[in-house]
Design a binder for this molecule. Structure first.
Ligand code: UD1
Length: 436
């Protein structure tokens, strides 16, 4: 898949009015689907993956798997069949991996099945701001030999297979938990992982692997135990279905509170966005929660609040930027403390240019004073997405703003949101995708 880099969104602002209305369906979770695509390497034949979102990151993972020799067939927009039997080598493509950190997750299943893997440090330099030390230390504990071929390429081998071990993550890491869990699935004896991340996407993948013959207990808690199959591949008759994307659901919850008269989010799991529901409800937003639906009504007087982003089930870092846009429209002062990723505030400069009163106190804390109208920028000073979620935050700002806006770098938004402009248009927004 080749993302189109030269596209922008044009958005007509609603000038703070709560006009959007309708129902929106949530796609399969990108962050679960990417891991399931990687885990397909552990199977004994063509395996079917369902409810896979049609996003750029999924396309990149498919490209990486195809380059390794896997046969990938798209049966329909959201159903993919992967046959790992034809994988012919284990060197992850450098250029593709540079574009997506999740490529590192593939190292676990490749090492488990083939006993070796070569891969570039994902998304940039070896000692960067998003390190992979937890993966490297984990592999060493599992008996693998880790070599740095050049300053940005690792070669890892475990010729006699992954060995049983017990390890403790110094930091709770979603990717680290998933990758080492998958690495241990075909290993020998028992692997115990402690201080694991507890995200629902980990549970979704673990349950599928278990149904196909893996022996994983404790996924969704901080201790996961994996009894290796001793090399036996997993049963490809067992298909996978991705859970609903909780970050997409949370994004639309915030959109609804900000711009909608009434917005119903369907096909979601409300318990997976409890932290978002809670914070919005406490601030005065009206919501009806069903079994797999949430209806949110904007327009009420809302109170400011403070948030610390947190590992699941806390408030997700991926919704930090969208909630800051929201808080620019709330009367009073709100503080956000970003505990997961340092310096995830690049988008705030654009919000400030639009009129927001935001102070970045330090790389982890941001103060928002609202409400402030967000206004159209001069022609030369256009907006752009900095990453997937910051991109959504800017789209939100344009929707609530006054005037007409152009948001560049739509390919970054496409990494995590499937046809966002169509979803927004169906709710009554004026959003168009245009070539630039
Ligand atoms: C996943 C999600 C991402 C989300 C993040 C945190 C996917 C594809 N992405 O990313 O959307 O924002 O969880 O919820 O699922 N760390 C280390 N060393 C390591 C690995 C991580 O220090 O080897 C640190 C990171 O820098 C970060 C923290 O651990 O500060 C958590 O990161 P992690 O949970 O690993 O994030 P990802 O799995 O990359």
């Amino acid at each position: 898949m080749n993302p189109t880099f030269k596209e922008a969104f044009t958005i007509k602002g609603l000038a703070g009015e709560h006009k959007l209305q309708g129902t929106i369906g949530i796609h399969g979770a990108k962050n679960a689907a990417l891991k399931a695509l990687a885990a397909a390497v552990l199977f004994d034949g063509p395996v079917t993956l369902d409810n896979i979102p049609d996003t750029n990151d999924v396309g990149l993972m498919i490209d990486i798997l195809s380059k390794l020799g896997a046969k990938v067939t798209k049966q329909s927009v959201h159903t993919i069949v992967i046959d790992p039997s034809s994988i012919s080598h284990t060197a992850i493509d450098t250029e593709l991996a540079q574009n997506m950190r999740s490529s590192v997750v593939l190292t676990g299943p490749l090492l488990a099945r083939f006993g070796n893997v070569t891969f570039p440090a994902p998304g940039g330099c070896v000692i960067g701001t998003r390190p992979i030390d937890l993966f490297i230390e984990g592999y060493k504990k599992m008996g693998a030999v880790v070599d740095l071929i050049d300053d940005r390429t690792y070669s890892i081998s475990a010729p006699t297979g992954i060995q049983s071990t017990e390890l403790f993550f110094n930091i709770q890491s979603v990717g680290g938990t998933e990758t080492l869990m998958m690495a241990a699935v075909l290993g020998k004896g028992k692997t115990v992982l402690k201080n694991c991340a507890m995200e629902p996407e980990i549970v979704n993948v673990a349950e599928w692997l278990n149904a196909a013959g893996a022996h994983i207990t404790g996924a969704g808690t901080t201790t996961i135990e994996i009894e290796g199959t001793g090399g036996k591949l997993l049963n490809s008759k067992q298909s996978y279905t991705a859970i609903p994307d909780r970050i997409e659901a949370g994004s639309f919850l915030i959109l609804g509170a900000l711009c909608a008269k009434s917005l119903t989010i369907k096909n979601c799991q409300p318990k997976h966005v409890e932290s978002v529901i809670n914070v919005l409800r406490d601030s005065g937003v009206e919501m009806d929660i069903g079994v797999d639906t949430i209806t949110v009504r904007g327009g009420k007087k809302i109170k400011p609040f403070n948030i610390r982003t947190h590992e699941y089930p806390g408030f997700p870092t991926d919704l930090q930027a969208p909630i800051v846009t929201y808080l620019t429209q709330v009367e009073g002062e709100s503080m956000i403390f970003e505990t997961i990723f340092e310096g995830r505030f690049k988008y705030a400069e654009d919000l400030s240019k639009m009129g927001a009163h935001i102070t970045i106190m330090n790389p982890r804390e941001i103060l928002i004073k609202g409400p402030t109208p967000l206004v159209q920028l001069p022609e030369m000073d256009e907006l752009r997405a900095h990453d997937i979620r910051a991109g959504f935050a800017i789209v939100l700002a344009a929707l609530v703003g006054t005037g007409s806006f152009k948001v560049h770098n739509v390919h970054l938004i496409d990494r995590g949101y499937e046809k966002l402009e169509e979803q927004l248009t169906a709710l009554g927004a004026e959003v168009k995708r245009i070539p630039v």
